[in-house]
Design a protein around this ligand. Structure first.
Ligand code: B16
Ligand code: MG
Length: 219
């Protein structure tokens, strides 16, 4: 029986990856590091500090800064990111997502959020979908980042449902791995090759309908 659907945020509900990209790119340029969209793909689902480490490593600057300096750099990126997301509106919801949330509610399926972003609350508020979520678990509430299952397990616990009755939805490989490790049914949104660990894959959120989820889960 399907009791809950637990969503990742960035790349599933909305495309904040673009804003992360703009903010990291500006910081990287100030440090003399250039990176492109292809590299940005590798930052999806990865925490803020780990993203910074990867960018510094890309520029051959892995050992150049102290921990305090790195925290200041990450803070600077986040301030820019916060400016960008402050302008988000319900129009920034990915195709079909509002319908899906409505359908889940109508069918009494619980809805959770499991996001590696510390800005998850703000984004959900800006998108105007706070009311749909029965629980929101973000990076500030867990010790271990994806692919560790903690964030998905915490969401299931707060929803008071068994993990095996949950569907998790992710766009990142580490996220799909986290869902599988939590013993949930994993739906991947995006590239078949990259997300091959998922139990069911859709190309875009437009294909992520309530019926498709229920069918896949009971197959
Ligand atoms: P913040 P998700 C992740 O969110 C993003 O995919 C990733 O690119 C970002 O670095 C991470 O959140 C941390 O975000 O700096 O706002 O705490 O995909 O797990 O919803
Ligand atoms: Mg994501």
């Amino acid at each position: 029986q399907l009791n809950a659907v637990i969503f990742d945020l960035d790349g599933v509900i909305t495309d904040t990856a673009e804003y992360h990209f703009i903010a990291w790119k500006q910081l990287a340029e100030q440090l003399g590091i250039t990176f492109d969209r292809a590299f940005n793909e590798q930052l999806k689902g990865v925490s803020r500090m780990e993203s910074l480490e990867r960018i510094l490593a890309l520029g051959g600057q892995a050992d150049r800064y102290t921990t305090a300096e790195k925290e200041a750099l990450a803070h600077k990126k986040n301030e820019h990111y916060k400016q960008l997301i402050a302008r988000m509106t319900p129009n920034d919801l990915l195709p079909g997502m509002l319908d899906l949330l409505r359908e889940l509610k109508r069918n009494h399926i619980k809805i959770g959020l499991a996001s590696a972003s510390k800005n998850a609350f703000t984004v959900i508020e800006r998108l105007g979908i706070r009311e749909y979520f029965d629980t929101i678990v973000d990076a500030a509430k867990v010790q271990n980042s994806k692919p560790h299952p903690e964030i998905f397990l915490t969401a299931a616990e707060q929803l008071r449902v068994a993990p095996s009755t949950c569907v998790g939805v992710e766009d990142a490989q580490a996220g799909v791995a986290a869902i599988k490790a939590a013993n949930m049914f994993a739906i991947g949104v995006g590239d078949k090759e990259a997300l091959k660990e998922a139990d069911y894959i859709v190309k875009t959120t437009a294909d992520l309908t309530y019926d498709a989820i229920v069918h896949a889960f009971h197959r």
